[in-house]
Design a protein around this ligand. Structure first.
Ligand SMILES: [Zn+2]
Length: 142
């Protein structure tokens, strides 16, 4: 778990965050991480692309997608897969679960302490639990 810095991260905090994850802090990576780590938030790749290039185009779509992949693979950023075409990038670095509203498309955080898993199946031989994520899908009550 990451304990450095607090939201919103300033540029120096973002550089440190990247370095702690073994990521070379290029200007574009800093720009993308700076946008993401303003607060714990759930964003699509399109929203991140638009947010990073707020006024003028500085970072290409390919670079944004590649950088998000790098951030996820190094554990800096969490990928929350709701459906194949509905992926959120989550800048909340604390262990937590989610509630996904099927009607509104909104994803919200649930503190890990508020979910208890009572039983797990036998794991394949030679494996151990790395992480457990719960997504509770809800609909608006009619
Ligand atoms: Zn989250």
């Amino acid at each position: 778990m990451n304990t450095i810095g607090h939201y919103p991260f300033d540029k120096a905090g973002v550089v440190e965050l990247l370095q702690r994850h073994g990521i070379m802090p290029t200007q574009q990576r800093i720009d993308i991480a700076y946008f993401l780590f303003q607060r714990p938030q759930h964003l699509s790749a399109e929203e991140i692309l638009a947010g990073v290039n707020d006024r003028r185009e500085r970072v290409s779509k390919a670079t944004v997608y590649n950088t998000l992949g790098l951030f996820v693979s190094t554990g800096l950023l969490r990928e929350v897969l709701i459906e194949p075409e509905r992926v959120f990038y989550d800048s909340n670095m604390q262990p937590h679960h989610h509630i996904y509203n099927l009607d509104t498309g909104e994803l919200s955080d649930v503190q890990a302490v508020n979910v208890q898993v009572q039983r797990l199946p036998a794991l394949p031989e030679g494996t151990e639990v790395d992480s457990l994520e719960v997504v509770i899908r809800v609909r608006n009550a009619r």
